[in-house]
Design a protein around this ligand. Structure first.
Ligand code: AKG
Ligand code: FE2
Length: 422
């Protein structure tokens, strides 16, 4: 995989690695302290040695030596570039908003202090294909626009971000989440007294603060989360990011697992599995929460609830709008393939889900109280793991709405066909 780095002259230069030595070797200032990720859209598009990357994306953190006059010790800049036709000119680049300038001018000293607290934020990628830890970030200090942009690029690239020790309540979680887009309102039966109306509470503890019986209606409903899924794919506009905050956790069990569906796509293509990625490119699946719940808790919903949640259609393969990486998009809400015999479609969905969730593609998160984990539902599947039902587990989730139905995303192999579906 080719790395690309932007130089002082806005020239993009391929690098084998992004160590300062390498940068110096090319006559550039070693001022870039961290490259989030710049790569081609999966190795799949880099089939031959002469292949060139299509695009590059990344965030560069540049140290401000001795701190700049703004007091900031780093500057994050997000880069995106289409390198197909103009290999050495960025098509899109924006420096991030220096929002603290305004507060400085208006003399809001408290804001300045809060922002300085987060100046040392770092992203530390995990060793596997997905996930990274965000360190030195305190969400009580309301991240500024620049920090949010760096986080958004990080979540798009890594799929899962872990932020430990975030002792915040619903209001702060909602405010932080709204920085990434419009929030989904939870389904009616997912709303609870005393919980913010934009927060989905996943808990085995009722309004009376007692642990609910394992066979209670709500605990049974939540068992659906033990199946691999992508949030809200059963809604016409599925979720983009989900943000889950641990309020109370059991002594053992109750982990959440994440599987990298971009890595699965790349491997499927590399291994030449059947059907080929070209054959899969424009397939449409029907998604339904009535179907997915039936797999684990039977015929659960009332006729009225079912009528409110009719099946929807989603693409089986998605192209990430920021990273341009392809991934499978299925999970337990996907039931079958439009236009295929039902059994064959179900078998294909099962095969793809199994392939996406192989051990080498999984990050398992063992929760600690006040951990906050966010993930990109467009690229990863997730599931909750069982735990002792007598122990309390209380999680609060905010969910950022996607931009549109996946049907509106063009598959680039046959864009005219995919567009016709939208
Ligand atoms: O409880 C869990 O670990 C996962 C819950 C879940 O699926 C979600 O928060 O979207
Ligand atoms: Fe979920």
């Amino acid at each position: 995989m080719q790395m690309i780095l932007i130089s002082d002259e806005d020239q993009w230069i391929p690098l084998e690695s992004t160590t300062p030595g390498n940068i110096q070797g090319r006559g550039l200032e070693p001022r870039v302290t961290d490259i989030l990720g710049m790569s081609a859209p999966g190795e799949a598009n880099m089939a031959g040695p002469e292949d060139k990357p299509d695009w590059a994306i990344g965030v560069a953190w540049e140290a401000n030596p001795g701190k700049s006059w703004t007091g900031k010790s780093w500057t994050a800049t997000e880069y995106f570039m289409d390198v197909r036709n103009t290999p050495h000119a960025p098509s899109f680049r924006y420096p991030l908003v220096f929002s603290y300038l305004a507060s400085r001018l208006t003399g809001v000293i408290a804001n300045n202090r809060r922002r300085r607290e987060n100046d040392t934020m770092r992203i530390e990628p995990f060793s596997g294909p997905l996930g990274a830890r965000v360190v030195e970030l305190d969400l009580r200090m309301r991240p500024d626009a620049e920090t949010r942009t760096a986080l958004r690029a990080a979540i798009d690239y890594h799929g899962v971000l872990v932020l430990a020790e975030q002792d915040i309540g619903d209001d702060a979680q909602v405010a932080f989440s709204q920085g990434f887009g419009e929030l989904e309102a939870p389904l009616g039966f997912d709303q609870y007294a005393g919980v913010h109306r934009l927060v989905t509470r996943l808990a085995n503890v009722g309004n009376d603060d007692e642990v609910m019986a394992p066979d209670s209606h709500h605990v049974r409903y939540m068992r659906g989360n033990e199946l691999w899924h992508t949030d809200s794919s059963f809604k016409p506009v599925p979720a983009k990011y989900s943000i889950l905050h641990a309020r109370e956790i059991p002594d053992s069990g109750g982990e959440t697992e994440f599987a990298d569906c971009r890595d699965a796509y790349d491997a499927w293509r590399r291994e030449g599995l059947s059907p080929s990625v070209e054959e899969l490119e424009d397939l449409i699946c029907e998604h339904s929460i009535v179907w997915s719940r039936s797999l684990i808790i039977g015929d659960f919903f009332t006729a009225e609830e079912k009528a409110k949640m009719p099946p929807v259609e989603q693409r089986l393969m998605r192209v990430h709008p920021a990273t341009h990486r392809r991934s499978f998009y299925a999970g337990s809400h996907a039931s079958h393939v439009k236009g295929w015999p039902i059994d064959e479609g179900r078998a294909l969905v099962a095969k793809i889900n199994e392939y996406c969730t192989r051990p080498e593609r999984i990050y398992r998160h063992r929760w600690r109280t006040h951990d906050l984990v966010m993930w990109d539902n467009r690229s990863v599947l997730h599931r909750g793991r069982p735990h002792d039902p007598r122990q309390r587990r209380v999680m609060h989730r905010t969910t950022i709405r996607g931009d549109a139905s996946s049907l509106r995303e063009a598959g680039s192999a046959r864009p005219q066909q995919a567009n016709a579906e939208g």
